[in-house]
Design a protein around this ligand. Sequence first.
Ligand code: CUA
Length: 308
Amino acid sequence: MNDFLYPPRASTYAGDVDALMNFINYLSIFFWVLITGAILYFTWKYSREKHKAPAPHNTALEVTWTVIPTILVVAIFAWGFKSFMTLSRAPRDAMEIHVTGQKWSWAFEYPDYGIQTAQNLTVPVNRPVKLIMSSTDVIHSFWVPAFRNKMDVLPGRTTTLWFEATEPGDYRIYCAEYCGDSHWNMTGWVKVVSQEEFDAWVEENTKEDTTTPLAELGEQLFTQRVCHTCHSTDGSDKIGPTLKGIFGHEVELADGRKVIVDEDYLRESILEPGAKVVKGFQPVMPSYKGQLKDRQVNALIEYIKTLK
Ligand code: CUA
């Protein structure tokens, strides 16, 4: 069940997280009203005109207002700790997926199936999934509000997060840690599908595409691998240089050298982006070495050649 205060609840533990949140909220509202009311009432009742002497000491009252809040705070801690342990420990049979955060996209790898994707994560419903996460550059944070979980993704360290989706549908992934210019756009979707649809998706993604014409495949990859976040195809410069009309032309590099943009330069720039950075741009592009198959690199090159 959902209500207007929250995003949809789509994981096994989302209900518990919201229940604890509600408990703390309503408890806070109750005590806010009680304490504010008491202050106003006592200000009036014990005003200086009416009362010259201080109020007498009342041990029973003091014990009461110490013990009751202590019990409530310990209850909140115990409940929170229990929920935290649930969120921290993935079930043993969870399906593992590696997540890489890089400025400014999410990459996913399914070791069981040999599948790599970017931006969107496809998972079966009612099956625990464990995410094994790291970053290639700065600190990011993987957040799916509908699942009520969030975990920092760090360079040089591995963090994990697990969830079991309860409802098929598309749920937003956000980066919840400021990580530079396009932090706001470091988003994606978790696509929760039935087991049958997931099997079909695996089937579709494990067979290597050998039939789509290269330039067409390149255009698909350009969107799938979110190249467009940094490179426009219309002549405007974004975080990286535009790719329109660059092929066959000379560009000036940061170190003053000049190179002609040919197939070899494009391949190098995809696999080793730091090698020859164009003047006026930061060396922020992640390497796609190991993330793209050879035919996919060729496809991107052929696509860039069509951008006249
Ligand atoms: Cu990645 Cu913010």
